[in-house]
Design a protein around this ligand. Structure first.
Ligand SMILES: NC(=O)c1ccc[n+]([C@@H]2O[C@H](COP(=O)([O-])OP(=O)(O)OC[C@H]3O[C@@H](n4cnc5c(N)ncnc54)[C@H](OP(=O)(O)O)[C@@H]3O)[C@@H](O)[C@H]2O)c1
Length: 179
């Protein structure tokens, strides 16, 4: 099996993953099933999850249990953050090219999920290491917020597959990044 590095994420129509206050109420209003098409099958193939400090702090502030007990998690931060219980969490910092090599080794042929946010995913994309964006576009416009993928260099045309329209009008698609 080959490891695929995937950014599985939900955004607004205008390309934001959190609103201008860093909140996700605009997403949650649709219900979990509406922005997690194929989630169980997707997660079953994931061995490594990666997130930035802002996403980790959001998850921690929400007070939920750690959602990835089976995976090895890398949290990218330059801060000394408290470790959440119930996971295999490593804190790391530095160049994502070096870190990605560690993720691939840990994944051992299964997949790497870049949970987010956009800042971390963009570093991986700019390094040419992002293979797929698994995106659910929610039928809502936010006007401002946290960008989905603020790359420094535009990608080429993406290969789109598996488009599905969910009952709310959310559109789930896979975008393959070709190099
Ligand atoms: N809609 C969705 O599906 C979805 C998915 C994921 C996240 N989100 C939301 O997106 C928002 C956060 O996204 P974001 O793009 O603002 O931030 P982020 O990518 O989660 O975190 C960025 C932070 O991570 C640390 N970091 C990033 N790269 C690093 C590196 N190479 N080495 C060391 N530290 C590194 C830095 O923090 P420090 O230097 O301060 O440590 C940086 O400020 C949250 O509101 C979250 O809820 C939404």
């Amino acid at each position: 099996m080959t490891t695929t590095t995937q950014y599985y994420v939900a955004s607004s129509v205008d390309g934001f993953i959190a609103d201008r206050e860093g909140k996700l109420d605009w997403l949650m209003q649709f219900g979990f099933e509406e922005f997690t098409a194929g989630y169980e099958a997707f997660l079953a193939e994931v061995a490594v999850v990666v997130m930035g400090a802002e996403t980790y702090e959001f998850v921690r502030a929400e007070g939920h249990a750690w959602a990835y007990p089976e995976q090895t998690a890398w949290v990218l931060t330059r801060r000394d953050l408290p470790r959440m219980e119930g996971g295999h969490i490593r804190f790391a910092q530095g160049d994502v090219r070096d870190l990605h090599a560690e993720w691939v080794e840990a994944a051992a042929g299964r997949n790497i999920w870049i949970v987010g946010g956009g800042q971390v995913a963009a570093q991986v994309a700019d390094a040419g290491l992002l293979d797929e964006i698994v995106l659910t576009t929610m039928p809502v416009v936010l006007g401002a917020g946290t960008p989905l993928l603020p790359v420094g260099t535009a990608t080429g045309a993406l290969e789109v597959s598996g488009t599905e329209v969910l009952p709310s009008g959310a559109i789930a698609s896979r975008y393959r990044i070709t190099r």
